[in-house]
Design a protein around this ligand. Structure first.
Ligand code: ZN
Length: 295
């Protein structure tokens, strides 16, 4: 199916940035699992000449993509404590924005690991949405708090959440505008949505070009600070804070994810020097944003 520029709502002024590099039979639920070492499959990538938005088009039909997510696996269980630490820090550093901690919702919550971090930081009631059945099966006592499926299919009451989080998910959506409008609907007036996504204009993206992990068959729409700002305002939000995300991970993780030459030799040396577990904070080219539903 064809997708169109989110801001201009047309494809009339696009140019091809990269050509599609796979055939449809290459795609499996495995490919659609987060944080695998990437195959670098991507669709044809278009760039809108009017607003600078970058997006995949054409893409597989909705049903096919939804099916791939349902059978995808949460294959980053040993990294969840690092994700929690990196992402919760921004809430704790901006306490004034997160005064009310009654109810929080996470879209794309996996096994619910961040919901647990939210509970620890004071959220009384948490809820999650996750399409991967395998991920939800690992959620333990949070299972009855998680809806197995897509956010579009849920019917949470309007004006009910103080916080909605959505990490590394917005760029995977076929219709991110509807999702953002629905987030707006379920937030209480004054409530905050905390989103994290790749920055299409990051140094890494420029440096690695087509080899950058952001050009990926899972990513439909890619954002930069400017297109993201215009997009969230269009959905009725006020921008409270827009920032670069610093992630803390062990060296072994960075080596696995980086599209660098001589990876095997560098990994071998790092292992020999017992450096694989050294924790390193890096700005990997992700944007964080706090947006508020007006009071
Ligand atoms: Zn455009």
């Amino acid at each position: 199916m064809t997708t169109t520029c989110l801001l201009c709502e047309t494809n009339k002024h696009t140019k091809i940035k990269f050509n599609q590099n796979f055939s449809p039979e290459d795609l499996t639920g495995e490919v659609f699992s987060a944080r695998r070492s990437t195959e670098h499959y991507h669709y044809q990538i278009l760039e809108c000449q009017t607003c600078g938005s970058v997006f995949s088009s054409p893409i597989l039909p909705y049903e096919k993509i939804a099916g791939l997510y349902k059978t995808s696996k949460q294959n980053y269980d040993d990294e969840t404590s690092f994700i929690n630490e990196s992402y919760i820090a921004y809430i704790n550093q901006n306490n004034a924005l997160f005064k009310n901690r009654e109810k929080a919702l996470e879209i794309g919550c996996g096994s619910g690991f961040f919901l647990r971090a939210l509970q620890k930081t004071g959220y009384k009631e948490v809820a999650g949405v996750e399409p991967s059945e395998e991920a939800v099966s690992k959620s333990g006592d949070l299972k009855d708090r998680i809806f197995t499926g897509f956010f579009e299919e849920t019917n949470y009451a309007p004006n009910s959440f103080d916080l909605v989080t959505c990490f590394q998910t917005l760029d995977h959506l076929i219709d991110p505008f509807s999702v953002l409008k629905k987030i707006h609907e379920v937030l209480k007036p004054g409530g905050i949505a905390y989103l994290i996504m790749h920055n299409e204009k990051s140094l890494q993206a420029k440096f690695f070009g087509e080899k950058s992990p952001i050009y990926d068959v899972e990513h439909i729409y890619l954002f930069n600070k400017e297109t993201l700002s215009r997009f969230v305002k269009k959905a009725g939000f006020n921008i409270m804070k827009l920032f670069d995300i610093k992630n803390i991970y062990p060296l072994s993780y960075w080596l696995r994810m980086a599209p660098i030459p001589m990876k095997k030799s560098i990994t071998f040396m790092a292992k020999a020097m017992h450096l694989m577990n050294v924790r390193i904070g890096i700005y990997p080219g992700n944007i964080g944003i706090f947006i508020q539903k007006p009071e």
